[in-house]
Design a protein around this ligand. Structure first.
Ligand code: MG
Length: 260
């Protein structure tokens, strides 16, 4: 009888010791999930499409070529007096040149999220300075301007200089090279999202690379980029890409875009 009591007592002591030990185990270890099979966090489909990267100035294989140096077939006029008419800019020596007074042009296609490559060259400055020197613009979705301007020793308001999101965000640095040289923009655009009632669900965001240098790093836009007044959003869907006629003979080349 004594032996039985001793056994029960010993067992109770063991259980109490085990409980005490468990209480000493850190909470984080107790909550650790069961051991994972590493394969459970790997996936194989859908397989990303094979794309041949561009080499030098060549576009990648899946890009939509908006201007290859030959014609304006992908473009039309955005001139408010004659929208949708033939674009009247000049194609010469593989370049697309603004013809001052002929108005802004736009793509016939509509775009949302995209990767855009575009090269531009400012004309000789003459006596022009500031916003009058080599001004054009790349209007994403027809309303959000990435500034095109001569950035070679050309002081102006910094949120309107080359590399700026016009009147919203000055570039992180001035990566323009020299007047007369081709400048290369690579732009990564996330379109704004609007709800069914037209309310803004998420704003637009842009990363801009000028000549291989990041000048806008995931900048979140406050809205459109007006010359006068404050930015604001109005609901829209996919829209054309627009190039601005600001009265100077800026040249463009090698324009391609990828839908994202
Ligand atoms: Mg402009």
């Amino acid at each position: 009888m004594l032996k039985k009591t001793q056994c029960i007592l010993a067992l109770s002591i063991c259980i109490m010791a085990l409980q005490a030990q468990q209480e000493q185990v850190p909470q984080t270890v107790q909550n650790r999930p069961p051991q994972w099979d590493p394969r459970s966090t790997e996936w194989y489909y859908p397989v990303p499409e094979k794309v041949v990267p561009g080499q030098g100035v060549k576009p990648p294989s899946d890009a939509i070529i908006l201007f290859d140096g030959t014609d304006l077939s992908k473009w039309e006029s955005a001139n408010r007096n004659n929208p949708g008419a033939a674009a009247e800019w000049e194609v010469r020596n593989g370049e697309l040149r603004v013809v001052p007074g002929k108005g802004t042009i736009r793509t016939k296609d509509y775009f949302g999220d995209c990767q855009l490559h575009i090269e531009f060259k400012s004309p000789a400055p003459g006596s022009h300075n500031g916003q009058d020197r080599g001004n054009s613009g790349i209007m994403l979705q027809s309303r959000y301007e990435i500034q095109v301007l001569d950035g070679d020793n050309n002081p102006t308001y910094v949120n309107g200089m080359v590399g700026s999101v016009y009147k919203q965000s000055a570039p992180l640095v001035n990566a323009y090279t020299r007047n007369g040289e081709w400048q290369i923009y690579d732009i990564y655009w996330r379109a704004p999202r609007f709800g069914t009632g037209g309310e803004l669900e998420s704003p637009a965001m842009v990363t801009v690379v000028l000549n291989g240098v990041v000048v806008q790093n995931n900048y979140i836009l406050k809205g459109s980029t007006p010359y006068t007044g404050l930015p604001s959003y109005t609901p829209h869907g996919r829209m054309p890409l627009t190039l601005q006629d600001h009265g100077t003979e800026v040249a463009f080349r090698n324009i391609w875009i990828r839908n994202l």
